[in-house]
Design a protein around this ligand. Structure first.
Ligand SMILES: Nc1ncnc2c1ncn2[C@@H]1O[C@H](COP(=O)(O)OP(=O)(O)O)[C@@H](O)[C@H]1O
Ligand SMILES: [Mg+2]
Length: 361
């Protein structure tokens, strides 16, 4: 798929702006705090309904305004589609595809495939497990609508169960109702574990290949799923830890505690890898996303690169640029000097200054 254009109104530091994108490489450049990332964020919101930073709708609306709008035209398999989003301060956002309102964000996720790559992603390996779970959830949700649904249900049940654990403190007779929630938690949790197992298998193969290429064959990294509990013993473990859960008013076991592990031979890169190894792994992981979208969806995703090029050394930059030669990319950077003597053809250039965008090429 390709993004043809984006229009924003009262979004972050923009009054209004419109950008028409080239089907290959687009550059947004300008000083810090001018609004480059905000444009990428608007694209990500229009494609996934969520901010890549996890910001809520209120934060996306220009300070002093009550609502914001985003309109994005995409082209999918030769057909043009219009996505409209209307963000409001205290209400759920309104979303329409081709003028028809939609109720579930999954309708959008099945249509738009966007991969966002920021310097924070370079730290995904060394950060805590919650970041890696976020990565898996975001990815799998884009690739699999059923997963998105199961995850939503699991999180709802988890919240309800935790709420009930607190209530039981004051009203012990409620403890009888825990069984129903446990059953539901196991039902959806099992689906999640199975999906993640399959996903990690596919991901692992591609990450290993990428890593071999990135290190000239010096490293053989493997990615493993580290489930908190297995499908077989989820039920039992939940029963065994019930006393503890009641004490802490919190569900201690389940896929909300999962992690993924990166090993180079027998070295756990999360803890013992050098910064270079961790970055190489993160890059391999992000590039694997592109492959998986191509393989599973049968379409090319759009890649948003926020300030990452300057954080990579030449070898990794080159590998990244080679890997994205056939997909639409929107890149932000502070200066165009970064691109001199790179193999990246700059098809369209926008200059971003204080909430305005000027096309330069
Ligand atoms: N809701 C908002 N309303 C108005 N301005 C905002 C809002 N959110 C962020 N900004 C402003 O946007 C600017 C940051 O934009 P950003 O896209 O992150 O810059 P950069 O060009 O460095 O990527 C800052 O000046 C910030 O104050
Ligand atoms: Mg930025």
């Amino acid at each position: 798929m390709k993004i043809d254009s984006i229009e924003v109104g009262n979004f972050r530091n923009y009054d209004s702006a419109r950008l028409d994108f080239h089907e290959h490489t687009n550059i947004l450049y300008g000083d810090n705090a001018q609004g480059k990332t905000n444009i990428l964020e608007s694209i990500f919101v229009a494609g996934t309904t969520k901010s890549h930073k996890g910001s809520n709708d209120r934060e996306l609306i220009k300070i002093g305004c009550d609502e914001a709008h985003i309109r994005m035209f995409i082209n999918k398999r030769g057909i043009s589609h219009r996505i409209d989003m209307h963000l409001r301060k205290n209400k759920a956002k309104g979303i329409a595809i081709d003028g028809i309102p939609i109720r579930r964000s999954s309708e959008l996720l099945g249509m738009v495939n966007i991969i966002f790559f920021s310097p924070e992603d370079l730290r995904i390996i060394k950060n805590g497990p919650s970041e890696r779970r976020r990565f898996v959830n975001l990815e799998l949700s884009q690739l699999d609508n059923v997963y998105l649904y199961d995850l939503g249900e699991y999180n709802k049940v988890l919240q309800q169960r935790n709420k009930l654990l607190k209530q039981i403190m004051y009203k012990p007779s409620l403890a009888d109702t825990l069984d129903i929630w446990d059953e539901q938690l196991v039902l959806y949790g099992t689906k999640i574990i199975k999906s993640r197992t399959k996903f990690l298998e596919m991901l692992s193969e591609i990450v290993t290949q990428n890593n071999v290429k990135l290190t000239g064959g010096r490293e053989h990294v493997k990615v493993f799923y580290e489930p908190d509990i297995s499908v077989e013993n989820f039920s039992k473990k939940l029963r065994d830890t019930r006393e503890k859960d009641l004490h802490f008013c919190n569900t201690g076991v389940g896929p909300h505690r999962d992690d993924i592990c990166f090993m180079n031979d027998d070295i756990d890169i999360r803890r013992y890898g050098s910064q270079g190894q961790q970055r190489t792994c993160a890059l391999s992981l992000k590039l694997a996303e592109i492959e998986l979208v191509k393989k599973i969806i049968g379409d090319t995703p759009v890649l948003l690169l926020d300030d990452v090029l300057s954080e990579l050394d030449r070898n990794r930059q080159n590998f990244l640029l080679e890997s994205i030669s056939d997909i639409q990319t929107i890149v932000t950077c502070t200066g165009l000097e970064e691109f001199i003597d790179k193999s990246l053809a700059l098809d369209r250039i926008f200059k971003v200054t204080n909430g305005t965008v000027q096309i330069e090429k």
